[in-house]
Structure formats: structure tokens, C-alpha cells
Design a protein around this ligand. Structure first.
Ligand code: PLP
Length: 395
């Protein structure tokens, strides 16, 4: 029996969740209504976004965002190799093709230079989906290390859809604007159960573009030109609506939005809790010969990172990652892997004839990566136990 049992993820759900759920039940509106509105308004304020649309997953938000950006069959969209399949599958939903790009071998982030080179070589590329991997932002703003993705995309005429599933709350540069606040992109967040805040299942699309917001609002609800709540609360009869396009069913239930609202109130407290874990890990693991801790991108500090993940890499010549995961499990420590890259997934590898040699930087990460537990309820004692196990197994 291991001395401690530490799960990979643990949800903290002891704020006003029940109070808001009760309000939702008492209101008689269980589908999209007042709780959703309140959640959208509060989230929009939190990330400083003009338009914030709640939906039932980040995958839905990404799909709506690409559709609103005008991506259609025959187009290509750049996505990083080191991500969850949702980032790329939504491109396929629209009959377009993902162009899978190598990421920076130190940070796991897509580089604006890579986007520039790919877009110059492939005229069908219409958009790019930067993933703020683990919770730190891709270089969106130009700084002393080079042009940001905003400037690069503007020059090339590309649309940007941000995949911020990991990155709430986070910033684009030290003490700078919040991820989600850029006026000219569409930014998608996830409230899946293991994310930095959760509504069980849920997502949100944030943008400064009135046109994109208008389109996504209609398309999240069957392409109907009036919202349900409106239809049943306004003076015009509820049956008087038109369908302007074959849309989707992506609205968020008020019961889930109620949970999201309560979680949102504690987002910064949760983030500080995860930052505490990250700092303690970094202090203990910083000098280990065989393990590379996560690297902050130039221009960011630990306070600008949401710390959704804490991925470490077993260095070449270090212990085998798969064995390490098993040995940690035997000591009661849950881990995960983020990610087996897209070019190693059958569906993409076969369709696009991808081979690992084309992704040397991503491969460096993949060869040894695994993620350690990081959540506000993780105690210092538990972190010390994990670090001691790592020193023993990989030191
Ligand atoms: C990078 C990334 N993008 C998108 C998603 C999809 O999020 P959701 O489950 O809310 O659809 C995830 C979920 O894990 C993710 O990690």
C-alpha cells in the first residue's frame, strides 16, 4: 500500500455552486436563460472580451469560431501537433484540412515563424489555431523575441482562432492583457471537468468581432435568428422565428452555467493555488539531471500562466517514460500524458501521410513527457511526496 494516494486531477466545488443551481431550478428555466447570461457577462468581464457566448463545450466553440471565420471545404487551417484531437477535428467538421505544425521543443507552443513559413508555402491556408498549451500563451503580441502571431497573421491575411482550453486565467505578456481580450481573434475556452474552472461540460467563445459573435450566436442554436429566452420572454410570439442557416445545437444548459458562475468567482484563487504547486515543483525539480520541468516562454512570468498542466520531460538517456508512469502509479501518484501528438494518431497520420521525422521538436517532447498532478487542493506534503518519488526514480 502506498503511503499516499494522489489522483491526477481533483475538482474543487464547494463555493456557491449549489446556491446557483437552486436558483436555476427555482426559476423553471433549465435550458439557456438567466444563469447563462450572468455567466457570459461575468466571464466577458473577467477576460475583457466585448462578446462572450457560452456553449456546451470548447469543441463546439472552436467549430462555431471556424464557421464564423468563414472556413469552408477546401481550406487549410494550421494546428499544432501537440494538442488534443478536438483542435484538429473541428477543421474536418467543415470539410477543411488541418495542416499539422511542429511546436517549440522547449515550451510546446506554436511559433509565429512556423506559421509564417507554412502559410507562405501553402496558399489554401486560411486560418491558424494557436493552442495555449498547458496554460501559457503562444506569443501573440510582438516583443523583443520577434513578431507576434497577431502581426504575422495580419500580414498573411490569416484568421486566428485561439484554443484557450487550458488558459484561463492567463495573460499574453507579463502583467499584460488577459487571454481572451484580443479584439481581432476568436478565443475558445473549456469548462470540461478537469479544467481550471468547470461547469461539468461547457465552453465559451470570446471575441471583439460583432460580426463573428452574431453568426456564432445564431449557429449555436440551429441557425435560428432569435434566442430561446428571447422567444419566450419578448412580446413577439415565440413561434415567429426564421432559420437562416443549418446550424448546430451547442447551447449551454442553465444548470451547468450555474456551476460555471460559482467556479468563475474563485478562478483567481484557484490559479494562485496551482501557481503555488508549480513553484514548489520547480524549486524541487529544477536541478534534477534526468527531468526537464516546464519552461516559461520568454516574456511571461509564473503569474501570467494558468498552470492547467505541469508537464515534465524525461530527458534523453533518462528513465523510460512509460515505466516511470507505472512506478509512480505503484506509489499512489496519478499522472497523465499531454499529448501523444496528432501526427502519431492514426486518423491524421494516414489521411495526411505524416511521419514523426517531420516533427522533430514535438518528438523531443513526446519521447519523454508526462504530466504531474496540479490543482488547488494538492497539498505541499503531497507535492513533496511526488518530488521525493521522482528524485528516487529519476534523480
Ligand atoms: C487543447 C484542447 N482543446 C480543446 C479541448 C476540448 O474541450 P471540450 O472538452 O470542452 O470540448 C480540450 C479538452 O481537453 C483541449 O485540451
Amino acid at each position: 500500500m502506498p503511503a499516499l494516494k494522489i489522483p491526477f486531477a481533483k475538482v474543487v466545488c464547494d463555493g456557491r455552486e449549489l446556491q446557483y443551481i437552486r436558483e436555476a431550478l427555482a426559476s423553471g428555466w433549465l435550458t439557456t436563460a438567466g444563469q447563462c447570461r450572468a455567466f457570459e457577462e461575468a466571464f466577458g468581464r473577467a477576460v475583457n472580451a466585448v462578446h462572450a457566448l457560452a456553449v456546451n463545450s470548447c469543441t463546439a466553440a472552436l467549430h462555431l469560431a471556424l464557421e464564423a471565420a468563414g472556413v469552408t471545404a477546401g481550406d487549410e487551417v494550421i494546428v499544432p501537433a501537440l494538442t488534443f484531437t478536438a483542435t484538429a477535428e473541428v477543421v474536418r467538421y467543415l470539410g477543411a484540412d488541418p495542416v499539422i505544425a511542429d511546436v517549440d521543443g522547449e515550451t510546446g507552443l506554436l511559433k509565429p515563424e512556423t506559421v509564417r513559413d507554412l502559410a507562405r508555402a501553402r496558399p489554401r491556408i486560411k486560418a491558424v489555431i494557436p493552442v495555449h498549451y498547458g496554460g501559457q500563451s503562444v506569443r501573440m503580441l510582438t516583443d523583443e523575441t520577434g513578431p507576434g502571431l497577431l502581426e504575422t497573421a495580419r500580414e498573411l491575411g490569416l484568421k486566428i482562432i485561439e484554443d484557450a482550453a487550458h488558459a484561463f486565467p492567463a495573460r499574453y505578456r507579463a502583467g499584460g492583457p488577459a487571454v481572451g481580450s484580443l479584439a481581432e481573434t476568436i478565443c475558445c475556452f473549456s469548462f470540461y471537468a478537469n479544467k481550471t474552472i468547470t461547469s461539468g461540460e461547457g465552453g465559451l467563445l470570446a471575441t471583439g468581432s460583432a460580426e463573428a459573435a452574431r453568426r456564432a450566436r445564431i449557429m449555436r442554436m440551429h441557425g435560428i435568428d432569435r434566442e430561446v429566452w428571447d422567444r419566450f420572454t419578448a412580446k413577439t410570439p415565440s413561434w415567429q422565428y426564421d432559420v437562416v442557416a443549418p446550424g448546430y445545437k451547442y447551447n449551454l444548459s442553465d444548470v451547468l452555467a450555474a456551476i460555471g458562475r460559482a467556479q468563475l468567482e474563485r478562478a483567481e484563487e484557484f490559479r494562485r493555488g496551482r501557481e503555488r504547486c508549480a513553484r514548489r515543483y520547480l524549486a524541487a525539480l529544477g536541478n534534477m539531471k534526468n527531468l526537464a520541468p516546464p519552461r516559461l516562454r520568454a516574456g511571461l512570468t509564473s503569474a501570467d500562466h494558468s498552470w492547467h498542466l505541469f508537464p515534465v520531460v524525461s530527458r534523453p538517456g533518462g528513465p523510460d517514460r512509460d515505466r516511470l508512469i507505472e512506478e509512480l502509479a505503484a506509489r499512489g501518484i496519478g499522472t497523465s500524458v499531454h499529448y501523444r501528438p496528432l501526427h502519431r494518431m492514426k486518423s491524421y497520420a494516414e489521411r495526411y501521410r505524416l511521419s514523426p521525422e517531420a516533427f522533430p521538436e514535438t518528438e523531443k517532447i513526446w519521447a519523454g513527457t508526462f504530466s504531474l498532478p496540479i490543482y488547488p487542493a494538492l497539498t505541499d506534503e503531497e507535492i513533496d511526496y511526488i518530488c521525493a518519488a521522482l528524485a528516487d526514480l529519476a534523480g
